[in-house]
Design a protein around this ligand. Structure first.
Ligand code: SF4
Length: 331
C-alpha cells in the first residue's frame, strides 16, 4: 500500500476542493476502498474523508419524492419507514446486500461505486494473470476461465465483469436521479444511465458516468410506481452473498391491468439491465403468469451468454417474473 495524504471535508464543495489537485479519492464507510488499497486496485495520493458531512446524510420526503443522502447507511435505508412505504424494493435491496456488519457501515453512495467481484480482478499485486480492468491491454483471464457469474448482456471480449450492487438495480428500475457535485458544479444523472456496460464504455476500466473529482451527494426517487415495487435476489447462500442474478420491478396496476411497468436485472451486465421490450409489452396486460413470462422472454432473447453461464438466462427470466408478481401483489 502506498503512502497517501488524508484530509477531512466539512461539506460537499469543500470535499471537491480538497480533491481538485487530482490523484484523490473519497472515503466514507470505507468498506470497499480499504479492499482496493490492500489489493493495489487503487493507489491514491490523497484520501478525502467525506464521512462527517451531515448534509449528505438522512432521508426525507417532499410530496411524492424521497430524498436519500449519499452517506445514509444501508441499514438506515433498510429500516426507514418512509423508504419501506414509498420504495419497498429499495429497502429490500439494502436488507439483502452484504452482512449486517457491513450494512451498518456501508453507505448508499459508496455501494453504487463498488467494483466487480470477478475473482481474476480481486487479487493482490503483482497480478498473476491478465485482467484488462486492472491493467489495460493485458487480456481477460475470465474469457477462457471461470465466467459462470459474468455478464450475459453488454459485454465485450475485453471484459465481461458484472456490477454487483443490489440498490443500483432498484434505483435504475425506479428511474431515480443521482445527484452529484464536482469541479463543474452540480448535476443529475439518471440511475438507469449511471453505470456503463463494456460496449458503452469502450474500455474495461470506465464503469460509470461520474467525471473525475465528482462525488455522489444523494438520490431522488419519485412517482407512484415506486410504492408498488419488489426486489428478488437469487444467491448461492441466504446469509450473505452477492447475487447470481437479481430483479427489480415497479408497477402501476388498475383493476388487475398493468398500466406502467419498469423492470431491471442485476448481476447480468456491468450496469443494471432494463428490460425495455418487456416494459412496453406488459402495458395493458393482466398479471397472469404466462403473459409475464412471454413478455420477459422477449427481452431475454437478446441475451448473449458466455460458454459457461447460459443458465443465467433462465435464472434471470424467472427472477424477473417473480419480481413482477411480487410487485403486483402489493396494494
Ligand atoms: Fe478482468 Fe473483466 Fe476479465 Fe474479470 S472479466 S478478468 S475484471 S477484464
Amino acid at each position: 500500500m502506498n503512502d497517501f495524504a488524508y484530509a477531512v471535508a466539512s461539506e460537499g464543495n469543500h470535499a471537491v476542493e480538497l480533491a481538485a489537485a487530482g490523484g484523490a479519492t473519497f472515503v466514507a464507510g470505507g468498506t470497499e476502498l480499504l479492499n482496493w488499497l490492500r489489493l493495489g486496485i487503487a493507489a491514491p495520493e490523497r484520501v478525502v474523508d467525506i464521512g462527517r458531512i451531515a448534509a449528505l446524510r438522512g432521508i426525507r420526503e417532499d410530496g411524492d419524492t424521497l430524498w436519500i443522502g449519499a452517506l445514509t447507511t444501508l441499514s438506515e435505508v433498510e429500516a426507514n419507514a418512509l423508504v419501506r412505504d414509498k420504495a419497498p424494493a429499495l429497502a429490500e435491496a439494502c436488507a439483502r446486500a452484504a452482512s449486517p456488519q457491513i450494512r451498518n457501515r456501508a453507505t448508499l453512495g459508496g455501494n453504487l461505486l463498488q467494483k466487480t467481484r470477478c475473482a481474476y480482478f480481486r487479487v493482490e499485486e503483482p497480478m498473476p494473470w491478465p485482467c484488462n480492468k486492472r491493467k489495460a491491454g493485458s487480456g481477460c483471464a475470465a474469457m477462457d476461465g471461470h465466467h459462470e457469474r459474468h455478464a450475459i448482456f453488454g459485454w465485450t471480449t475485453e471484459c465481461a465483469a458484472t456490477q454487483p450492487s443490489d440498490p443500483a438495480v432498484v434505483l435504475a428500475c425506479l428511474d431515480a436521479e443521482i445527484h452529484v457535485v464536482g469541479p463543474q458544479g452540480r448535476r443529475t444523472i439518471s440511475a438507469a444511465d449511471f453505470h456503463l456496460s463494456q460496449d458503452e464504455a469502450g474500455n474495461a476500466q470506465r464503469e460509470t458516468r461520474l467525471a473525475p473529482g465528482e462525488l455522489i451527494s444523494g438520490y431522488l426517487v419519485r412517482g407512484s410506481a415506486a410504492r408498488r415495487s419488489a426486489y428478488v435476489k437469487v444467491r448461492e447462500r441466504e446469509s450473505y452473498e452477492y447475487a447470481m442474478v437479481s430483479a427489480a420491478a415497479a408497477l402501476v396496476v388498475e383493476r388487475n391491468v398493468i398500466r406502467h411497468a419498469r423492470i431491471a436485472l442485476g448481476s447480468v451486465a456491468q450496469k443494471p439491465w432494463r428490460l425495455a421490450r418487456t416494459e412496453a409489452e406488459l402495458v395493458g396486460k393482466s398479471l397472469q403468469r404466462n403473459a409475464l413470462l412471454d413478455a420477459v422472454r422477449m427481452s431475454m432473447a437478446e441475451a448473449r451468454p458466455l460458454a459457461c453461464n447460459e443458465f443465467k438466462v433462465r435464472l434471470a427470466t424467472n427472477a424477473a417474473v417473480r419480481a413482477i408478481e411480487a410487485a403486483g401483489r402489493m396494494q
